[in-house]
Design a protein around this ligand. Sequence first.
Ligand code: ADP
Length: 395
Amino acid sequence: MFDASEILTDQIDTILERWEAAVRQDSRIESSADLSETALKDSMPVLLNGMVKALAHQGSESYEIVASASLEHGSARANEGYNAAEIAWEYQILRRIIFSVLEPQLLPGSPEEILRTIRTLDAVIDEAISQCYTSYVQQRVKELEQVRSQLILTNQELTRLLRTSKDSLSYMAHELKTPLTSIIGYSDLFLRQQKQAVDVHLTVPNLRNIERVLQSGRLLLRLINDALELSSSEAGKIQLNLACIDVKQVIKDVVATIEPLAQAKNLELKIECDRAPNKVTTDIFRLQQILTNLLSNAIRYTDRGFIQLECLSHDDRQWSIIISDTGIGIPQKDLTRIFEPFMRASSNLHRRDEQSTGLGLAIVARLIKLLQGEIKVVSELGVGSTFTITFPGEI
Ligand code: ADP
């Protein structure tokens, strides 16, 4: 009499042996390289026993065995550093080997019996994959949550440090950069893998947690970079690299990088360079930094209308760049203070902005001073703001 559960029982050892060899040889499953035989097989023998029970019509018992073993398997694989795709490959190999080993043995069965066997095996493997991914994702999300709370603490500590000490700040910020970059890289990778793996049914809250880690990580990195920049300018450590440059080209390049931000908010970017000087002597990188900061602020604090940049030469001795917007404006009382670190104008206190570090204008003001220029701002609440920077003709 045809008994699929008996057929599978006889072949379990062969299947496991072939599966182990195939996984070890598969270059797509790198994380298996350092695992012992027991660790690699992990829940696979239990899974196969679960299949035997399912084929012997012990459905609910089989479900329990498979579900709990696969849940454990997911956490184990997360700890062993597997990515989602590697887990999927392992199951795919298992499916292929089971069917190739069983195929000749199943042939004596009737079409109905063969079909029922294939369906049962498929259903058990699908259940295993689903449970395994559930715990894998839970494990990863738990780790990401921990990372996120650490980032928040670090963020608070760094902010405190920024306000109190300048020397240890730059040391501290350097120390933080490496782990932060890896946290962000890791979360980024995880998110991408999750989005690519078709088998993974990610819940919306899980995805949101991952996004949150990335967001706070990125903001913290920006804060550290800005803080470093500020502290080196205050310590007189910025080395200028002066050269004769084509200012129109620099403006064009900066505008090209910033344009998508304006487009995303439906803001027109008007550039007026007819009266710009042909060549100026300045530090190209610092000038780009200044323009990027002022233009992105203009876009950030403007909801409708336009942003305008005008570059003009007054005479041989001076040239200016004027950046104006039709944004929220800045109250008169805050106009001088916005160049201080962490100063936010009262007009934007209600805005929660992921990009904002409160350090941009402080850096801009110091860079302009370093280039022997000056910055002025005029603004009207609800109408817009105009930042004018003026540089000497020769530095
Ligand atoms: P942030 O990262 O908060 O933008 P900044 O140092 O660049 O920090 O700017 C300081 C503050 O100045 C901002 O928080 C905002 O209140 C105000 N501000 C800067 N640029 C503009 C602008 N173009 N329009 C309105 N407010 C601005």
